[in-house]
Design a protein around this ligand. Structure first.
Ligand code: PMP
Length: 392
């Protein structure tokens, strides 16, 4: 088909072909997954607070499913905006201590839709090189100038802000926690630059919502910076254990998005049962301080143990712990050998990460016990030695 087979073959030869494999839920064991009937410790899930199986969430979804039916039947602007939506958005605005909130079908649609709504031809979007693909795609679709700054390089950001200082509308966008590296954006410096240059600031809290802040509000709240952020975005697919996404900010912002965000306008609303489940997940996230504390201390132990063993581990204070192995084939082999040893941990390769930095991206959940992690570390080290990633 027009050379696609040849291109796929070369992707495969370079160790870059992506495949979809089937995994099943293990009832009562949120830290595990089943693959080909084998029970695997799941070190590749974003269900950070272990809520995906929470009985209260499932119960509320089942109740609303019976009442409201399987699907919303239309976009939110037509007849898809069912009761649970309004309640949820009120609770989200209160949680984030801001004027208003808007729920989107998922994080990809939220990021791409919001950026496209806020920037257009002649405007500039300043974006960290390691920002999520949904941000990059939003910028490309917006037709605004894409000013990519080197990862967390504030001098480079300043240089670009200077270069484009006369543009009518400037938007700085950053992940709060970077999804493939697990490190944090330099939000204090970014907020200061935003003020200095009169730009808007959008922060993606996909991996930090639920994980930081006394009530899980995210990294911006934890750092006391939430008032500096014009557009606060996060997903319900990770710490919330469900699906969907939110944007919070001023009433004007939300009114603007209702009129301009194309994924909201032109796509069917989330099923009401999902929205109801998110509402319960929000209560659990807010009350989940102990879960957060355990998750972060377990992640610290996991990260430092792998680092001390000699692995090249990216620095950070998050449940995302990448072990960089460099070569694509080695990363794939590493992942396969871990699976044989009872661990699900994905190999992440270019173009998701820069060339030569293929890695195993471990992500932890609150559901993992310390003993499970200690056993996993021993297995990871054994495979590291066998593959020559660790020196013997
Ligand atoms: N932003 C970031 C930083 C992400 O990691 C992801 C998901 N991988 C998204 C946005 C997209 O969120 P969703 O999965 O809800 O589409």
């Amino acid at each position: 088909m027009n050379g696609l087979e040849n291109e796929l073959e070369s992707l495969q030869n370079e160790g870059l072909e992506r495949t979809i494999r089937t995994c099943s839920n293990v009832p009562g064991k949120p830290g595990y997954t089943l693959r080909k009937d084998r029970l695997l410790l799941n070190l590749s899930s974003n269900d950070y607070l272990g809520l995906a199986q929470h009985p209260k969430i499932i119960e509320s979804m089942r109740d609303v499913l019976l009442l409201e039916g399987a699907g919303a039947g239309a976009s939110r602007l037509i007849t898809g905006n069912r009761g649970p939506y309004d309640r949820l958005e009120e609770s989200l605005a209160a949680w984030q201590n801001c004027e208003a909130a808007l729920v989107f079908a998922n994080g990809y649609m939220a990021n791409s839709g919001v950026i496209r709504a806020l920037a257009g031809r002649g405007d500039v979007v300043f974006s960290d090189r390691l920002n999520h693909a949904s941000i990059v795609d939003g910028i490309v679709m917006s037709r605004a100038e894409h000013a990519r700054y080197r990862h967390n390089d504030m001098e480079h950001l300043r240089h670009l802000l200077n270069k484009y200082r006369d543009r009518p509308r400037k938007l700085i966008v950053t992940d709060a926690v970077f999804s493939m590296d697990g490190d944090q954006a330099h939000l204090r410096e970014i907020a200061a630059l935003k003020r200095e240059y009169g730009a808007m600031l959008m922060v993606d809290e996909a991996h930090s919502g639920g994980v930081y802040g006394v009530h899980g509000e995210g990294l911006c709240h934890e750092l006391g910076l939430h008032d500096e952020v014009d557009v606060h975005m996060g997903t319900f697919s990770k710490s919330f254990g469900v699906y969907g996404a939110y944007v919070t900010g001023s009433r004007t912002l939300i009114r603007w998005l209702v009129n301009k965000a194309r994924p909201l306008i032109y796509s069917t609303a989330l099923p009401p049962a999902i929205v109801a489940g998110i509402g319960i997940a929000l209560e659990l996230v807010q009350a989940g301080h102990e879960r957060r504390q355990y998750l972060l201390s377990a992640s610290k132990l996991f990260r430092s143990s792998l680092g001390n063993a000699g692995f090249q581990v990216a620095e950070g204070n998050s449940p995302i712990v990448p072990v960089i192995v460099g070569d694509n084939h080695t990363a794939l082999r590493f992942s396969e050998m871990l699976e044989t040893d009872g661990i699900a941990a994905s190999a992440i390769r270019p173009p998701t990460v820069p060339d030569g930095t293929a890695r195993i991206r471990f992500s932890l959940t609150e559901a993992h016990t310390e003993q499970e992690l200690i056993d996993a570390i021993a297995k990871i080290c054994r495979v590291g030695h066998q593959l020559g990633v660790l020196e013997t």
